[in-house]
Design a protein around this ligand. Structure first.
Ligand SMILES: [Zn+2]
Length: 202
């Protein structure tokens, strides 16, 4: 999550979720950092809900989403590969394909690392390997042999949504079905899962 803290002359804390998918906090100059941290912690649920509302999977013209943040798209004539800076920069020719390639390349780094982190976080470590797919609706799956497949099409979504998909697949290591005990396990690591799941299905 992209959190920006502005120290200003005011008496109270204010919290704002921006259209770009960031969080902006205005805090009194004198307020200690740990107070801001605990404020953020208390507001976590609200932030997740707001981020979800701000986020639209639908592509608008000249914009692209990456990890839940909205970027302006700039087309350049002599560019071969796409880039993500303050903008998403794409070659003029076949820009849609170039954006897909960009997501694929980012997914190869991001998803296995996050899977490893969440596997340590949950203590569910029984995974043989991870593969990146291009599945359009099945964002994640797990084979009986222990391979977890994650789609690069997750990359536009916010990190919270991606975490939910990974946690979902990790919990399938312990529960091979969608039983009540499976969802109880998911809730343990991802209490906001219902909301995150809804975003994924929109
Ligand atoms: Zn499942």
């Amino acid at each position: 999550m992209n959190i920006e803290i502005h120290r200003v002359k005011r008496k109270t804390l204010s919290l704002q979720v921006t259209a770009e998918g960031g969080v902006l906090i205005k805090a009194p100059t004198w307020l200690p950092q740990h107070e801001i941290d605990s404020f953020l912690h208390r507001k976590q649920r609200w932030i997740t809900q707001r981020l979800a509302a701000a986020y639209k999977t639908k592509q608008e013209a000249n914009t692209a989403f990456f990890l839940g943040c909205k970027y302006q798209v700039e087309l350049r004539r002599h560019l071969k590969k796409g880039l993500i800076r303050e903008k998403v920069i794409l070659p003029e020719l076949n820009s849609t394909k170039a954006l897909e390639k960009l997501y694929q390349a980012e997914a190869k780094h991001y998803l296995p690392v996050r899977l490893k982190e969440l596997s340590e976080f949950t203590g569910i470590t029984d995974i043989t390997r991870v593969v990146i797919t291009g599945a359009k609706t099945r964002f994640g799956s797990r084979s009986s042999k222990g391979t977890i497949a994650l789609s690069w099409r997750l990359m536009p979504f916010s990190p919270e949504v991606i975490d939910y998909v990974i946690i979902h697949e990790l919990c399938h290591v312990r529960h091979m079905n969608h039983s009540a005990s499976f969802w109880a396990e998911v809730t343990k690591y991802c209490p906001e899962y219902k909301l995150l799941r809804k975003i994924l299905k929109e």
